[in-house]
Write a protein that binds this ligand. Structure first.
Ligand code: GLU
Length: 311
């Protein structure tokens, strides 16, 4: 399939279209990440889409080339394939600058000097902390005063307003939420997640975003960002996370449940497939293509998968 790179801000979207998996290379993938990647691959392949992997290495302090290489190796080792060379977000500043310029020309970009402490105190009970708008709508004098007081460069936010967004999630059904003003460029000049993911998915013709359900809260803001950029929204599907038997979420940290600890003996794909009801956990000969034959989105469990639960 032809690599889909194109100008993200041009319309309309040519086919073919893609699903994707887009890990941040901050730590080795755990089995929950691999299971989500498998569902993304199965959903894309069984809907006649291409499939991409993208390296989301925006944050220089938390991204490691060796980790990205290991992630690709782990994805390939459970039988996933992708149709084009993975792109790296760390090499995409031109695309993000272009999108930022478009938002700026529409009068939507504003500087924000809020500190972490200010953000936390504005929304102490909300872990997602929708931006309360302290730096939105400041006049020139107020900006100069904030700048003098902060004595450091501002981050940049996009004014999206509090837009009520509803979407039909491929896995979770009817959902809704309210957008917030995202940071699109951090104070240190690094472009931020919401802008990069929207620009890249549009640039790569990704019209089907299947990912972990810890990211479903970001849909309203990303939907509003697609709208602000004049880009068509994709379809979203959020896969329930994997939890340990005591209910804690897996995280990409040391001692997490990675392939090295869980399925290096070639049993990982069967165990992941079994968790999706697609094969037995002992079917050590099963291939990703076999799972694809049996796959139906409707049969993906809607509950978190408890690891170590006996099959
Ligand atoms: N890079 C994000 C992560 O590793 C995923 C972003 C997305 O799928 O939208 O959690």
């Amino acid at each position: 399939m032809t690599p889909p790179e194109r100008d993200p801000l041009s319309l309309p979207n040519p086919s073919p279209q893609f699903g994707r998996y887009a890990p941040s290379p901050s730590g080795r993938l755990h089995v929950g990440n691999l299971r989500t990647a498998l569902v993304a691959w199965l959903t894309a392949r069984s809907s006649d889409r291409g499939f991409l992997v993208r390296i989301e290495d925006l944050d220089p302090d938390r991204s490691h080339t060796a980790v990205a290489d290991q992630q690709l190796e782990d994805l390939a080792s459970i039988g996933l394939d992708w149709d084009t060379e993975p792109i790296h977000q760390s090499e995409r500043d031109n695309a993000y600058s272009g999108a930022l310029a478009r938002l700026d020309a529409a009068g939507l970009v504003y500087p924000c000097w809020c500190t972490r402490a200010e953000l936390a105190s504005a929304a102490p009970h909300d872990p997602q902390r929708p931006y309360a708008g302290k730096c939105r709508g400041l006049n020139d004098a107020e900006r100069a005063e904030r700048q003098a007081r902060a004595n450091r460069p501002p981050s940049l936010r996009v004014s999206l307003g509090d837009v009520e967004v509803s979407w039909n999630d491929l896995l979770m059904g009817s959902q809704s939420g309210v957008s917030s003003d995202p940071v699109v460029r951090r104070a240190d000049g690094v472009f931020a997640y919401h802008l990069a993911v929207v620009v890249d998915d549009a640039a790569q013709n990704v019209d089907q975003v299947v990912r972990g359900d810890d990211l479903s809260d970001s849909v309203p803001t990303q939907a509003a960002l697609y709208d602000a950029l004049g880009l068509p929204r994709p379809t979203w599907g959020h896969v329930p996370l994997v939890v340990e038997s005591d209910g804690t979420r897996l995280a990409k940290r040391e001692r997490s449940v990675t392939l090295a600890r869980w399925g290096d003996d070639g049993t990982a794909l069967a165990k992941l497939g079994a968790s999706l009801g697609l094969c037995g956990p002992e079917d050590s000969d099963v291939t990703a293509a076999d799972l694809r034959t049996n796959f139906h989105l409707a049969s993906v469990p809607r509950e978190p998968w408890v690891l170590d639960r006996p099959f």
